[in-house]
Each structure stands twice: as C-alpha cells, then as structure tokens.
Design a protein around this ligand. Structure first.
Ligand SMILES: C[S@@+](CC[C@H](N)C(=O)[O-])C[C@H]1O[C@@H](n2cnc3c(N)ncnc32)[C@H](O)[C@@H]1O
Length: 477
C-alpha cells in the first residue's frame, strides 16, 4: 500500500474525500506523522496505519474539518425549542428523558448550543428532562469539547446577555461553559460510517447532523443517513444543515415543515420502516432503462430507447426524476444530450438537476456554465448554480446566483424562496423575512407559479412553502 492506498483506506473507513487541496493536506499529515513516529519507510507506515487503530485515528484527527461556532444556524435551535420539543414533551406519558444527539459534534459548540437554547426557552426543569450526547470521529476535538473552553471567535453569535448567562470568563480572553450546561453533555467517540452500536439503535428522539455531510460523496451520505435513521426512535427528528437538506431528500425519511424549518421525521410510511431501503441497490447495478412509471395517476411500462421522440423521453425521464430514480432518469436522457434541438436547454437543466442529486456537482456546474455561455439569460442555470454553491457552503456566491435569476425573472418565486433560506442560514432574519413576504406575494398571486425547473429536487408543495414563508413574514410578526 502506498499514498493512494492510504487515501482509499481513509475514504473507506471515514467517508472523507480528497480534492486536490485536501490531498495536499493528507500528504503533509502523513509526512508529519511519520516524522513523529521516527519512520522513513512509507510501506511500514502504511502497514501500521492499516493494522494499528490508534495510529489510524491520530492520522484522521489531522484530516477532519472541525469548523463550528455557538448558535450556528440559529433557526434550527428555535425550531427545536418552539416546535419539536414542545410536541415531544406533550406526547411523553412516561418519565423517560428526551434524547438528543449531535452527530459530528466537533469541539462541542453544537450540543452546548442545544442545551443553552432549551434552557433559555424553557428553563432548567425542561433541560433536566433532556439527555444530550455528542459523537465525533475526531478524538482531539472531543477532548477540547470536554474542557468547555472557547475563544471569543466561537462566541461571535451570542448576545452579551447570553454570554454572561452561559459562560465564565477565564484567562487569555477565553471563556468556559458554565458547569450546569457542560455536565449535561456526554461526549464519545463514534465513526458515523460504522453501523450503530446496539444501545444506539432506536434510541434518539432528535439527531442534529449539520455540516458533516458536506465532505462526503453520495454513497457515504446515503450510508450515514441510513445509520442515523436506525438510531432514531419512530417519530424522531433529524435536523440536517440547511445547505445539505436538499441532497438528503431521498425518500428515506419524510421531510416535514416544523415551525418555519425543514426537518426530517421518521414516520410509519418511510421506506426504511418497510425495509425498502434505497441503499440496497448500488449505483451502476440498475437494469436497463425499461421502467414502470406513473403519469397522471396511470401506471404504464415504457421502454426508453432511441426510437422515442425527444419530448416523450424527456417526460419519462422527468417522471423518473420525481420518483427519485435518478440513474434511470439520467440513462434515458443520455441519447438526447448531444442533440442541438429545441429541447436542448430543458434536457441539460434536467441533467444538471439529476447530477446535483447524485452529488456530481462538478459536472452539473460545467453544464450550467455551458448553458450560460450559450444563453446569458438562462435563468434556471443560475438557479442551479446558486443551489450548488449553497450546498458547497458558499452562501454569498449562492445569493449572487439567485439574484441573477431574479434579475432575469423577477417573479421567480423559487429564486426568492432560496434567497430567503440562505438569509435564514446566515442568521439575517430581517432580509429573510423580506424575501418570505415576496414569496408569499408571488405564490398568492398564483399567476406565475412555474420557476423554470421542471424537476426541482425538493419534495415540497407550493402550499408547504407558503406556510413556511407565512411564519417568517414580517406581516406575521
Ligand atoms: C464542520 S464540523 C461540524 C460541527 C457541527 N455539527 C456544526 O454544525 O457546527 C464536522 C465534524 O464532523 C466530523 N466527522 C467527519 N466525518 C465523520 C465520521 N465519519 N464520523 C463522525 N464524525 C465525523 C468531523 O470530525 C468534524 O468534527
């Protein structure tokens, strides 16, 4: 095993992927680790890394990205305190505690924020009914979390009142979390790629899984998502980072709107409950594209061959996309992508949307750029670029792309809705409310309800979106 072997081993065991920059980081970490161990033979190092778990973990500790801060994406915490928790507490007949897991808790900012938000909203009696735990693959991050000590930068979202209520200042411009919060959190090492331990199965009422999957490819995302699903109690909730929500809407768990927020819930209808898990079919192992599809409530079998007209192939592909059969849909589109006919723009946009679902944002970006190169006013291409950059955690770039869409199509409610969500994620409530009002106006007018994307990777109806925006609109305040 050589360098590429180590890279593959890390990917297989942790799900971490390596672009050019991250490959350089891996190389530097290996060099440093070998020096610390006094090794100069890469082959011996490779052998040790494969067989010595402690050494493997030390290498991984240097590769994870632990960026986190207190009250990040605060609307999720509001949603927990105002929506999810009161519902669960009302339904609790037993004296059982409510368990909350921060999956990928890094240095502890997320689980501490959860405890502080609940204490702030409901007081210590409700906090005492919670069991909060944090797991991470990075042992160094977990050790820091257990100290509860943070620099000022991590506390940048907190008001002075919250700071003095939940932290004590210590030497060197640093702060320590007050003991009543810190002692509530149980930190432990766990790799989300590993099947949940028996005691973790169906043990969680709420899981926060935010800003972890951005470093995973599609198959890892699916695998981790199914592990988290297994950890949830029936009726439990999964809160995913706002930029990641779209890429997890695979039908495995049900996407629900809760107090102005999109979260997943494990309901009786979920595929996992019935054992029909999408992970069972591996990408590439699909049968040829002869498929049964449903169009306007009728179910028929159609064969996607080159003899079909572009229009009908497109419609079939679109139906498949909506049924989340992404590989089938892409396979059907394949013969059409080279055709320079009137369908070309629609075909490319659908293809880009499907590639986003499959996690191939690089090819989707190229397609969108080519479309814009051919037609500067191709609004759906900007919309998709905005979604991609949003998923890649570049909210400001994402806002730029959505604004370009609204410049071309001022009535594009979806672009306004995505601007609303991005401002929400940035914690800019004033701008978010303003955009929510625009979405409501456009959707209530009902004149232009199409937003340019025939396939939008989001299983939400116009009514759901309206309801969500109404809760955030200033007219509702
Ligand atoms: C960017 S931090 C996110 C922290 C926090 N959830 C937040 O939103 O602020 C991502 C964390 O995921 C952890 N992580 C990455 N891969 C993991 C895995 N396979 N199992 C457990 N934790 C993992 C990393 O160690 C890192 O601490």
């Amino acid at each position: 095993m050589t360098f590429s072997g180590i890279k593959e081993l890390v990917y297989q065991r942790t799900g971490l992927t390596f672009d050019a920059y991250r490959t350089m980081v891996l190389q530097e970490n290996i060099t440093r680790h070998m020096a610390a161990l006094g090794m100069d033979e890469i082959k011996i190092y490779c052998h040790e890394i494969r067989h010595n778990k402690g050494l493997f973990d030390t290498l991984v500790d240097g590769l994870t990205i632990n960026e986190s801060y207190f009250f990040r994406e605060p609307f999720h915490l509001d949603c927990l305190s105002q929506g999810v928790l009161p519902g669960l507490l009302a339904g609790e007949t037993r004296e059982e505690e409510i368990s909350i897991l921060s999956a990928g808790c890094s240095t502890g900012e997320e689980p501490c924020s959860i405890a502080m938000a609940v204490d702030h909203a409901h007081g210590p009696s409700v906090l005492s009914r919670l069991e909060i735990s944090g797991v991470d693959i990075d042992r160094t991050a977990l050790s820091k979390a257990r100290t509860g000590i943070y620099g000022k930068w991590k506390l940048r979202q907190l008001s002075p009142a919250m700071l003095s209520r939940y932290f004590d200042p210590i030497q060197g411009d640093r702060y320590v979390v007050k003991p009543d919060i810190l002692k509530k959190i149980d930190y432990s090492h766990h790799n989300l790629m590993d099947a949940p331990r028996t005691k973790m199965l169906q043990s969680m009422d709420i899981i926060f899984y935010r800003n972890v999957s951005i470093y995973f490819d599609t198959s890892t995302r699916m695998k981790v998502f199914s592990h988290l699903d297994k950890m949830l109690k029936p009726g439990g909730y999964l809160v995913v980072g706002s930029a990641e929500t779209l890429s997890h809407d695979t039908g495995q768990l049900t996407l629900v709107e809760m107090d102005g927020c999109f979260v997943y819930q494990k309901t009786a209808n979920d595929r996992s409950v019935h054992g029909d898990h999408p992970c069972k079919s591996t990408p590439g192992s699909y049968p040829p594209p002869t498929v049964t599809i449903k169009i306007e409530n009728s179910s028929k079998t159609l064969s996607g061959t080159r003899e079909e007209s572009s229009g009908s192939l497109y419609e079939i592909s679109l139906s498949l996309a909506r049924e989340k059969q992404f590989d089938h849909a892409l396979a059907l589109l394949a013969p059409m992508v080279e055709k320079k006919d009137e369908m070309m723009e629609k075909v490319w946009i659908l293809r880009a949307g499907l590639l986003i679902q499959k996690g191939d944002t690089e090819t989707a970006t190229q397609l969108c750029r080519q479309l814009i190169g051919a037609n500067l006013r191709c609004a759906p291409a900007y919309l998709l670029l905005g979604m991609i950059t949003g998923m890649e955690h570049h909210p400001l770039e994402s806002l730029k792309q959505y604004h370009k869409t609204t410049q071309i199509e001022p009535n594009n409610w979806l672009a306004h809705f995505l601007i609303f969500q991005t401002y929400q994620a940035l914690g800019n409530r004033a701008m978010a409310s303003r955009q929510a009002a625009v979405v409501i106006r456009l959707l209530e007018k009902g004149q232009e309800t199409h937003h340019g994307l025939d396939y939008f990777p989001f299983s939400f109806s116009r009514e759901d979106i309206l309801q969500l925006c109404r809760k955030q609109s200033p007219l509702n305040a």
